[in-house]
Design a binder for this molecule. Structure first.
Ligand SMILES: Nc1nc2c(ncn2[C@@H]2O[C@H](COP(=O)(O)OP(=O)(O)OP(=O)(O)O)[C@@H](O)[C@H]2O)c(=O)[nH]1
Ligand SMILES: [Zn+2]
Length: 351
């Protein structure tokens, strides 16, 4: 398989130049299991470890290779394992906050206390499909949450309303979505009944990488299985070159489709937590941001202040109270998180 069909492009080529001169090669991380990585090596996959120097220099979790990364490796002749020297700069990454020390608790589904660090779940992604199940309680607030997460990661979102065969209110839901995300493509499909399923293929052209996000049971696996089809081509089925026909036990989480696209299917992708700067909300709550420019005070909290443009918009029914509440909730979550990150950075600088 050519590098290009694995997602390689001119930017990676440019970053790779200096390594290439040293005789090193480039491969993409298919999966990871503790400190063993499975990477693409020409037509095959091969297990790899990072060099001692790499480990020494890596400070944070995000400094280690993640699924989807392009890495620079060295392979000695007759060696059954490659050595990873570096990660090529990520074009983007799907990240989540990672609790890294004690004292943390789960409260209403959110982690409280403890320290947090950024963890890269997957990288170099072209499209994130936000999958919603039309059979369950349709919740526009959950869509907003996913939107924030995706924008924050620098990935293009596409909304998929699955199980259209079970729903008669599709138009109504699409309108609700258009209200909060008018620039994002929305498609209704049925993975189970094969309705409108060709919408995926224009995002899954040669070398393009996608992920599927969404709550449990919305149909992510059903969609993935549909796309993989009978012409299933998971990388682990490409013979691994671990010598003497010995197969590696690591599962491939980078699925190469016959049509040319690539699906990243790693367990971490399915979780839902916010991570990022408060500014990421400017995109997912653009109309609130716009309104806030007209507030009388720069630091308006949009409560009872005089001249608050947002409260006025609510009174005039141009903005819903629940939309504002959801903005405030996400903002509070991000502010709390960022305080913890600052504390963590202060501490690690002192070390
Ligand atoms: N009627 C109908 N059922 C569907 C459709 N797509 C998926 N399902 C069913 O919904 C259930 C959940 O689908 P999954 O694909 O396992 O959902 P998931 O999002 O992968 O769930 P997790 O693995 O828990 O994250 C299964 O019983 C599917 O058969 C659809 O288009 N129509
Ligand atoms: Zn205000």
């Amino acid at each position: 398989m050519e590098l290009h069909s694995q997602g390689w492009n001119a930017t990676f080529e440019e970053c790779f130049k200096s390594f290439k001169q040293k005789g090193l090669k480039a491969g993409r991380v298919i999966s990871k299991n503790k400190d063993i990585f499975l990477i693409t090596v020409e037509e095959k996959s091969l297990t790899a470890k990072i060099t001692g120097k790499f480990r020494f220099k890596a400070q944070f979790n995000k400094d280690f290779p993640a699924v989807g990364d392009w890495v620079v490796y060295e392979r000695k002749e007759n060696d059954n394992q490659a050595l990873i020297h570096a990660i090529l700069p990520r074009e983007n990454a799907y990240v989540r906050k990672l609790p890294i020390s004690g004292g943390r608790k789960f409260k209403k589904g959110m982690i409280e206390g403890g320290k947090t660090e950024e963890q890269v779940i997957a990288s170099n992604i072209n499209t994130a499909f936000i999958v919603i199940g039309l059979d369950n309680n349709f919740e526009i607030r959950r869509v907003e949450r996913f939107m924030t997460l995706v924008y924050n990661s620098g990935i293009e979102p596409v909304i998929i309303l699955n199980k259209v065969d079970l729903c008669f209110k599709v138009e109504e839901y699409i309108n609700q979505i258009k209200e909060v995300a008018d620039k994002v493509p929305v498609y209704s499909v049925s993975a189970g009944k094969n309705v409108n399923m060709d919408v995926f293929f224009k995002y899954l052209t040669c070398g393009k990488t996608v992920i599927f996000l969404g709550s449990s049971g919305v149909g992510k696996s059903t969609i993935t299985n549909f796309l993989v089809g009978d012409r299933k081509q998971k990388t682990q089925s490409i013979s691994t070159s671990t010598g003497k026909g010995k197969h590696t036990t690591t599962n491939s989480e980078l699925i190469f489709l016959q049509t040319g696209g690539i699906i990243i299917d790693t367990p971490g992708v399915r979780e839902l937590q916010l991570w990022g700067d408060e500014e990421v909300l400017d995109q997912s709550f653009e109309e609130i941001k716009q309104l806030s420019y007209d507030c009388k005070f720069n630091n308006c909290q949009h409560q009872e202040e005089p001249g608050c443009a947002i409260q006025k918009a609510i009174n005039d029914q141009r903005l819903s109270q629940s939309r504002l509440n959801s903005f405030k909730k996400q903002l509070a979550e991000l502010q709390k998180l960022n305080t913890r990150i600052r504390d963590f950075k202060k501490k690690s600088n002192k070390k």
